[in-house]
Design a protein around this ligand. Sequence first.
Ligand SMILES: [Zn+2]
Ligand SMILES: [Zn+2]
Length: 752
Amino acid sequence: MQTGSRVVVPFGAKRHYTGIVTAIYSEQTAQQDNGEGDAHEEKQKNGGKVDRAKLREVIEVSDPEPIILPSQLALWQWIAEYYLCTEGDVMKAALPAGFKIESDTLRQHYRPRTELRIRLTEAYRSPSNEAALTSACDDLKRAPKQQELLLKYLQYAEYADGLCNTEVTRHNLLEQSGLTLAHLHALLSKGILEQYEAEVSRLGNAGHQAGMLSELSPIQQTCRGQIHDAWLTHDVCLLHGVTSSGKTEIYIHLIDEAIRAGKQALYLMPEIALTSQMESRLRRAFGGRVGVYHSKFSDEERVEIWQKQLSAEPYDVILGVRSSVFLPFSRLGLVIVDEEHENTYKQQDPAPRYHARNVAIVLARQFSAKVLLGTATPSFESYYNARTGKYGLVTLGERWQSVQMPAIEVIDTAELRRKHRMSGAFSPQLLGAIRDALGRGEQAILFQNRRGYAPLMECPACGWVPRCERCDVSLTYHRRYNLLACHYCGNAYHLPPSCPACGEQRLRFIGLGTERIEEELHSLIPEARIDRMDLDTTRSRSAYERILSDFTRGNTDILIGTQMVSKGLDFAHVSVVGIMNADTMLNYPDFRSHERAYQLMAQVAGRSGRRDRQGLVILQTRSTDIPVIGQVRRYDYEGLYRSQMDERRAFRYPPFTRLIYIYLRCRDEQRLNEAATRLLSRLSEPFGTCVLGPEAPPVGRIGGLFIRKVMLKLEPSFPTRKAREFLRGIVAAMSSLSELSGINVYFDVDPM
Ligand SMILES: [Zn+2]
Ligand SMILES: [Zn+2]
């Protein structure tokens, strides 16, 4: 048994669990230092004595060699400590399901894949047997099909100078030669060829050839130099580069340098959807040295990538989403966090509620690796760290090949509506711009951050609104399925034939979803080829790629989408971007709403612009006088940052304080309220005025569970380690009280 190996441990007669060995000790050593329990997740700290009642027998050691490296275990511990969850939560998130063992059968999920291959028998395999092979081949003259098959085999095997240079599978041999299994069997029985079984990788990227790197422009070269300078004094550097400034080329050169120095690189992206475009760019540069890791791969594939990373020849470059911070690394030298501002880097549910950018920084520190955070719209936390000297800062203010930033025109939809000049959701300016672009053979992107047809259905007579039975939200109408759907729990409901409250027949739809925009646009510009990219149209990876490739190839004129269309994708022929309704983003009750609205709008605006003509963005809003609208129009990130930071400083929000939310969930609302009040009183002693709440979050009930939130705003002077100890202690003490059983309590540290 070794640290980092999986073991199987029984709990009761029938249940078996897989555990990870985190430490090994004998009773003697246990008396010397604080023993840590192995095999299960719970640590025993009882003054060095082992609590025998808690001991369980290990009935099987699953791995002869460890599958978790000591550095990974240390990272798991850090995450559990910082994000206030258990190491078991971290293990569940970190390990591919293929490593877990089914409780009842003890059978492992993971099975290696094998294939049948064909080779020459030993009698013909070496250069000294070349003559023998020639005569065997001649002997087949009277069986021309068999002879043909043998010659085909030699061709596919790249036979030269008496040696075969490539493996040939039975499947490919038969399929490519067009000959039959009977012909093959004849050659097998004659002892010329033989078949054998070989274990194969599911990773399937053998044969990718690495190519040349494209040269950096003088500006990009300067930028690369500045990043290196920043790394002399800082481990983390923020690259603030406008959209389409060629950041990716710089990343690729930095990765190349890391590989040449014998190091590994980790390239993090915020969304699975974005990885395929980046994968092909990285493959062009680094060929088969690139491994891709995310949850749309099968478990088997993820297990194989994990094992390859443990092997003597791991991938040099890993491209992945947030879960790839959990992979084993042996010589990590560089971490790139692309689009570092994206909140998808934060896992919301379940625990561990970790931020992959921050975990990546800790991971890098374990290896003394350098970190580059890249974005056109930095998160305020990272920008603050850069401005106050904690991170290095490099700015790239010019677009690649000096393409101009698109012009942003703000349209007052309230006024146009008064004058009856809106066509549904479309201002005359936006329709005109789309028609002009299509007339020139160019494309348009329309952005609306709501999916479905209409976010609200209402009875015009009595104001009745359909709501989810299990959540405190109104239902979104989806025309394609003619259903009302809850976007929180996924429940679907039939449309009522009339208002259940007053009997009114004509119910109306209020608000704007991507589906409705698509429908309106079809009737306004019937000749346009329109596609839609949102959660509803991209359930499968292939659907996403199909929509994207249709648009890239020009088979689609207009792409309508949610924030999916705002992220880092480059299209050469998009000259118009329409932001359908900025107000929904601005009215969200959160201290980050303006930061986020700016990021979304600036990012989607960046999709517009061609080499020969300045792009155009039409920004539709009722709130033309809100400062953030002007800041978007002028690309005034600094102005936004300054004004928002003043507010955050005044109202004590991050980065000037640390936030920890404590959530309580229960089916019984009254018991929940009692528990929340009790928690609050216990918290007020150590934390005083730092505690706020309890309150119901904007959606106060999800899936039948009522939710209460208690907020901790910790001043920088409050030691965070101590705060965590208090919190763990209070919750542990509360959970032993019987009247509070059945209440689920969890923490969200640094919530997004
Ligand atoms: Zn009604
Ligand atoms: Zn619901």
